[in-house]
Design a protein around this ligand. Structure first.
Ligand SMILES: [Cu+2]
Length: 435
């Protein structure tokens, strides 16, 4: 353990930054680009990858003047590598409008091309090389590079739908909500009439793009203010399909390269929270290398914090979590150890809430304490703040394989009055080297 501690300060794992909606300024006119970025959103060391996956991402920018695809691409890549990437979150008041100027930069500039060796599924012929490429020269029939923004929950006219469907195109080209590479258009949502959290995503080629990151969130604040919370956290669930080729066969204690297990293995997806996946197999391997056991992959003191969000909150603070799932294949869930909340939809207390794909949920509770409820059948306000107390409480999706594939993190409850115990000096372990 002492040896591990020597490496503390230089090898801290970079946890993804939590999204607190209270910190996102209100805006009713924004500029957003879509772009392809070759990056590694997991903690899988790059040496274990055939090639880094290509994420397809939105990025909010100040203006389209002098915008350069390669600059935007590099900024996103740097953010990802530094653990600073955040999905786009728009924030506006109820009954206002929203104007999104949208530019499709997918494939523009020095666009990445990704070669995948070997099959990605049992049905795929062995040794077939797959090429993902984007841009004007890409195979438009296989990987179209058109992009759009399709909004849930807001009021808009049919030509703002971001979707090519039915007879709409017969009305004219302006009714085509899709944007070719290098071009732009404006989406106008005339009224954000229903408060809450809404998903927005690409609808040009959603089966290819949404799982790879082409999604964002819109939070519409109610005109009548609700409960004042100390933190208003947002978690976006997603699952990158490009890790399918990595076999889930680490439990012998050694990672087996994927080309040795091309067929008949359980495939591994990267199940991500706010864009990052904290896969367990590399952490198990690192745990063993750091002198611990393969039962220790969740430990910060051995391997550092995960790349997924780590929530650092004070005991008794009132927390709202909002969830949005872009799961491409299944529902995800949020289970938090040591805490319960009132599940409005299920009309019961719960410590696990399912979030179906394309849907949203929200919960409220006191950190380390009781659930929050608008009725007075609980303990006094002060007493309700403590129930389980301080500590690093694990949170994770309760579809258990998704934990292994990255969908977990730490909800860190500190005692504000006890700085010694909760100091920053706790061991952080040796993080997984990215290369
Ligand atoms: Cu899940």
């Amino acid at each position: 353990m002492k040896i591990i501690c020597l490496y503390l300060s230089t090898l801290l794992a970079l946890a993804g930054p939590p999204i607190d909606i209270r910190n996102i300024p209100l805006a009713n006119e924004v500029y957003i680009v879509a772009i392809d970025v070759q990056t590694n959103p997991s903690n899988m060391p790059n040496s274990m990858l055939w090639d880094k996956p290509i994420a397809l991402l939105y990025k909010q920018v100040g203006t389209f003047d002098n915008i350069r695809a390669d600059v935007v691409r590099q900024e996103l890549k740097t953010d990802f590598d530094n653990g600073q990437y955040q999905p786009v979150v728009l924030h506006a008041m109820q009954n206002t409008s929203m104007t999104i100027h949208f530019m499709n930069l997918i494939g523009e500039g020095e666009a990445p091309v990704r070669i995948v060796q070997g099959p990605v599924c049992k049905e795929c012929p062995a040794n077939k090389a797959y090429t993902f490429s984007y841009g004007q020269n890409a195979d438009q029939t296989q990987y179209p590079t058109y992009a759009s923004i399709h909004a849930h929950g807001v009021s808009y006219d049919i030509d703002q739908d971001g979707t090519r469907a039915g007879n709409n195109l017969e009305l004219g080209p302006e009714y085509d909500g899709l944007v070719p590479p290098g071009q732009s258009r404006t989406y106008f949502y005339k009224k954000l009439d229903i408060p809450g959290l809404w998903p927005l995503h690409d609808h040009a080629n959603p089966s290819h793009t949404v799982g790879r990151g082409l999604h964002l969130a819109l939070v519409v604040e109610p005109l009548k203010p609700g409960v004042q919370v100390d933190h208003d956290f947002l978690i976006i669930f997603s699952d990158y399909p490009d890790y399918d080729q990595y076999i889930d066969d680490f439990y012998s204690g050694q990672f087996i390269p994927p080309f040795l297990h091309m067929q008949n293995s359980n495939v591994m997806h990267a199940h991500a929270l706010n864009g990052y996946a904290a896969m367990l197999p590399p952490r198990m391997q690192m745990s063993i290398m750091n002198g611990a056991s393969r039962w220790d992959p969740l430990r910060t003191d051995i391997i550092g914090d995960p790349r997924t969000p780590v929530y650092d909150v004070t005991l008794g603070s009132l927390i709202r979590f909002r969830f949005l799932s872009f799961g491409s294949q299944t529902t995800h869930s949020f289970h938090l150890h040591g805490h319960v909340w009132w599940d409005v939809e299920a009309q019961k207390y719960s410590d696990n809430i399912a979030v179906p794909a394309g849907d949203t949920r929200e919960i409220m509770f006191y950190a380390g304490g009781q659930p929050f409820r608008h009725i007075a059948n609980f303990l006094s306000a002060e007493a309700s703040k403590t129930r389980s107390g301080t500590g690093d409480w694990l949170y994770h999706c309760h579809i258990i394989p998704h934990v292994k594939h990255g969908m977990w993190g730490v909800f860190r409850v500190r005692d504000a009055d006890n700085d010694d115990e909760d100091s920053e000096d706790k061991p952080q372990g040796i993080a997984i080297p990215q290369d």
